[in-house]
Design a protein around this ligand. Structure first.
Ligand SMILES: Cc1cc2nc3c(=O)[nH]c(=O)nc-3n(C[C@H](O)[C@H](O)[C@H](O)COP(=O)(O)OP(=O)(O)OC[C@H]3O[C@@H](n4cnc5c(N)ncnc54)[C@H](O)[C@@H]3O)c2cc1C
Length: 490
């Protein structure tokens, strides 16, 4: 089956009818018509439709090596640096459509899946069948263009002890047994962005578990359809308030939703199991497969589009109220320009220094990508701060579309006009800025950028511990010794 259309995506999710809860009620009927999901599902459908745009087809799709169908480029296994560039162009095509405001456009998980599929043999050390399962699953997703969410984190009950030491051993999702059909999983995982509005869910290890016998039941990697019996998605309240694009330009389009995942004795069929019961194997999967590298490549490419969008909004705000002549304003916009060019340089460096990995996949240099994933969680909140500092009261003087359609219009036209245009346009821009840096949608974006790729503190520790500093230490020692030598001579 060739790359999906938007309509096929929507029909797939609607017909599957996964067990999704929101505001204390189970979602019944079509998900694509539910107020919490309709906006983002429409946008996701637009992304899939871009795969069929004749002008973009060569970027968005490639010829499948097995079916000869045109399939999505996010599944492309890069063998050359040109393949990496093709992947980046596709990622940015989607990212510019949503301006980087959808962290979970399908290419995010697909990039990890591509890496796991390419490194499928890694899963064969436990059981050769698992390697076959992984390869077959990657090919299934590629050929059917399945959309995926994922869940990696154990519930945040008591971070001071391991899951096995919690008051109930089945708080964190755990192997409860196995039978002829598959593994039985019971307990919960966090957090699945787009949970409930994809076809399937990947349940993979990412955070490292303690290497001990009692942790083994919490170690597994598998993937199942969202409508698997016993699987439940508990959504937070929606940040799409059902308002127009004028009133809520981002929330009405890109509200991806986040869900808690509950497994009530879910049977995971054996052909969907890639690893289980072995902390050692699960702990190494993310790095050994280079899934972390390809996912970071996707993230950084996406974040270029996001930073471009932020810069564009800020500059429009500057022009709208004519504050570009003030030095501190120029300095603040320069901060965003520096961030944009820095992130662009990271991705260029990662591709220029790419090498074939042991799985035969052209893999970007992780060092600049690793720096980028440590940098962006710090700089994105600053963008939001800069927007507030330059927006000031303009971020609250934002009457909505209904106000403009009322008898208030003459007042609004007069008092909210811009230095360079009418009130209606000025307020539209400032509502967009509000949705970036003030609304529930916007503050979730900030939290997302801080945390979605892992705890920034532990990512920084991993960088510190993994970065080779010895050469520089030796150089300083050599310098100090040189100084002593001179002192002796004197
Ligand atoms: C908007 C959003 C969307 C997300 N989407 C997904 C998703 O789709 N799929 C998914 O799997 N996950 C998702 N996540 C989860 C994300 O991976 C985690 O937030 C991240 O890994 C941090 O884990 P945590 O939230 O459990 O925080 P915790 O680990 O509980 O940390 C909370 C605080 O305690 C500190 N802390 C805790 N333990 C330690 C320690 N051992 N050492 C030092 N400090 C510690 C942390 O530094 C932090 O300040 C999402 C998160 C957000 C915010």
């Amino acid at each position: 089956m060739p790359a999906k259309t938007g309509e096929e995506y929507i029909n797939g999710v609607d017909e599957a009818g996964a067990n999704v809860w929101i505001d204390g009620e189970q979602v019944k009927g079509k998900f694509s018509e539910h107020p919490a999901f309709m906006g983002v599902m429409k946008t996701q459908a637009e992304l899939y439709d871009l795969q069929h745009d004749p002008k973009k087809q060569d970027i968005m799709t490639y010829i499948s090596p097995t079916s000869n169908d045109r399939v999505g480029t996010s599944f492309l296994q890069p063998r050359t640096k040109e393949d990496l560039e093709t992947r980046r162009n596709m990622i940015q095509e989607w990212a510019r459509h949503n301006n980087g405001m959808m962290g979970r456009s399908p290419d995010y998980i697909n990039s990890g899946l591509m890496a796991y599929g390419s490194a499928a043999d890694m899963f064969g050390t436990q059981d050769p069948a698992f390697a076959k399962n992984m390869k077959a699953y990657y090919e299934l997703c590629r050929e059917k263009d399945l959309s995926l969410t994922h869940t990696l984190i154990q519930p945040q009950v008591n971070r001071g002890v391991s899951a096995a030491k919690l008051p109930d051993p089945y708080i964190a999702a755990r192997i409860a047994g196995k039978n002829s059909e598959g593994l039985i999983i019971k307990g919960a995982r966090l957090l699945a962005t787009q949970g409930g509005i994809t076809d399937e869910i990947m349940v993979f290890p990412s955070t490292l578990l303690k290497q001990s016998e009692e942790e083994n039941p919490y170690a597994f990697a598998f993937s199942i359809p969202n409508n698997t019996p016993g699987l439940k998605f508990i959504c937070r309240e929606t940040f799409d308030y059902g308002k127009s694009h004028y009133d809520h330009p981002l929330g009405s389009r890109f509200e991806e939703m986040d869900a808690i995942i509950v497994f009530d004795d879910v049977v995971v069929p054996w052909n969907r199991v890639f690893a289980y019961g072995d902390v050692g194997i699960c702990n190494q999967a993310y790095n050994e497969s280079n899934a972390v590298v390809h996912m970071t490549h996707q993230v950084v490419a996406k974040n270029i589009a996001k930073t471009e969008f932020i810069l564009g909004i800020l500059q429009l705000m500057v022009e709208t109220i004519n504050i570009g002549q003030y030095q501190h304003v120029q300095e603040k916009i320069s901060e965003v320009i520096i961030a944009l060019e820095t992130v662009k340089a990271f991705i260029t460096a990662s591709e220029a220094n790419a090498k074939l990995d042991k799985w035969g996949i052209m893999t970007p240099d992780f060092t600049p990508l690793n720096i980028a994933r440590n940098y962006y969680p710090k700089i994105y909140p600053r963008f939001s701060e800069i927007m507030q500092l330059l927006g000031a009261s303009g971020l609250m003087a934002i009457p909505n579309e209904a106000d403009f359609n009322s008898e208030l219009r003459p007042d609004l036209d007069k008092y909210l006009q811009a230095a360079n245009g009418p009130a209606y346009e000025r307020v539209r821009l400032y509502r967009l800025a509000w949705d970036v840096c003030m609304s529930s949608f916007g503050t979730r974006q900030t939290l997302y950028e801080r945390f979605f790729f892992g705890d920034p503190i532990r990512m920084a520790s991993a960088l510190y511990n993994g970065y080779d500093k010895q050469e520089y230490v030796d150089r300083v020692k050599e310098f100090l010794n040189r100084s002593e030598h001179l002192a002796e001579i004197n």
